[in-house]
Design a protein around this ligand. Structure first.
Ligand SMILES: C[S@@+](CC[C@H](N)C(=O)[O-])C[C@H]1O[C@@H](n2cnc3c(N)ncnc32)[C@H](O)[C@@H]1O
Length: 274
């Protein structure tokens, strides 16, 4: 199997068990102005009528996009289970939702005015091929806008969780396959991927998102990280215990644990078709 095939098989199996894990955590997330990372991304493509979501998962972002009248929406995802949830959303009855790979989009040239991707582009292998496909299905002047993960905000629950996870990883040698292409996680890297297929410069903004909630909600989000997948049940139970103890001092009087996670909001315009 190629590296991409191994990565994709891992993602498919993972999301068969946790098909809506990202939306559950980031749906309640809030940035400094009160918008979630999905809403920030939606607002990057205001006025674009035909929009494709790459790695659309259970369709939360598409549902937000569907609130604007006259939109034609499409989504592609590797996970049949996640797409089954997307298809259950009444707002997405007319959307074209395909099980498949972003590297082989089942759409004609120039089918979309914008392409969005929330916490998914950074997981994709063969990223040059994804970029070429996005450039092919966008109209010239079309926009690619995405949210990619940017790590912990200092002093909060996610940072503490990462520390515990690293320690647990030293005791549990099983690893998940390396996912995606790390260039997507920086402005320069994304620029390097997108320019050869005709995109202009990448706009890049880093925003802290608080995905805090009750202790149980926050643990549920942390336990949904891909890295926990190969861990034995006992090791996960220990990690949970350690995590709950580690963040006890962060709980506010109304029972909420702040959990800061940085995201990068990136966009680029297709200057020409190549
Ligand atoms: C972290 S989840 C995010 C899901 C959704 N965008 C959200 O934010 O709620 C990443 C999604 O990308 C999908 N994905 C990863 N690589 C893909 C690829 N090459 N083609 C299509 N989908 C892919 C996964 O199946 C998964 O549903």
């Amino acid at each position: 199997m190629t590296n991409s095939a191994v990565q994709e098989e891992f993602l498919r199996s993972f999301h068969a068990l946790r098909p809506a894990v990202t939306a559950e955590a980031f749906g309640r997330g809030r940035g400094p102005d009160g918008r979630s990372s999905y809403e920030l991304l939606r607002d990057r493509v205001t006025g674009h009528r035909r929009v494709l979501d790459l790695g659309c998962g259970d369709g939360l972002l598409l549902e937000l996009l569907a609130r604007d009248d006259g939109r034609e929406l499409a989504g592609v995802d590797l996970s049949p289970r996640s797409l089954a949830l997307a298809r259950r959303r009444p707002a997405l009855r007319a959307a074209r939702l395909h099980t498949g790979r972003a590297q082989e989009l089942p759409f004609a040239e120039g089918s979309f005015d914008a392409c969005v991707s929330h916490l998914a582009l950074m997981l994709m292998g063969d990223i040059e091929q994804v970029a070429a496909e996005v450039a092919r299905v966008l109209v010239p002047g079309g926009v690619l806008a995405c949210v990619v993960g940017g790590g912990a905000v200092g002093g909060e629950a996610y940072e503490r969780f990462v520390r515990l996870l690293r320690r647990a990883g030293e005791e549990n040698p099983a690893r998940i396959p390396a996912l995606g292409d790390k260039r997507v996680r920086s402005r320069e890297g994304l620029d390097e991927v997108l320019r050869p297929v005709g995109f202009g410069g990448v706009e890049w903004e880093t925003v802290p998102i608080d995905i805090g909630g009750t202790l149980e909600q926050v643990w549920e989000s942390m336990s949904g990280l891909y890295d926990l997948a190969p861990m034995a049940e006992q090791a996960v139970a220990r990690l949970r215990q350690d995590f709950l103890a580690e963040v006890a001092d962060l709980v506010t009087p109304d029972g909420i644990v702040p959990c800061g996670f940085k995201v990068h909001l990136a966009s680029a315009r297709l200057a020409r078709a190549v």
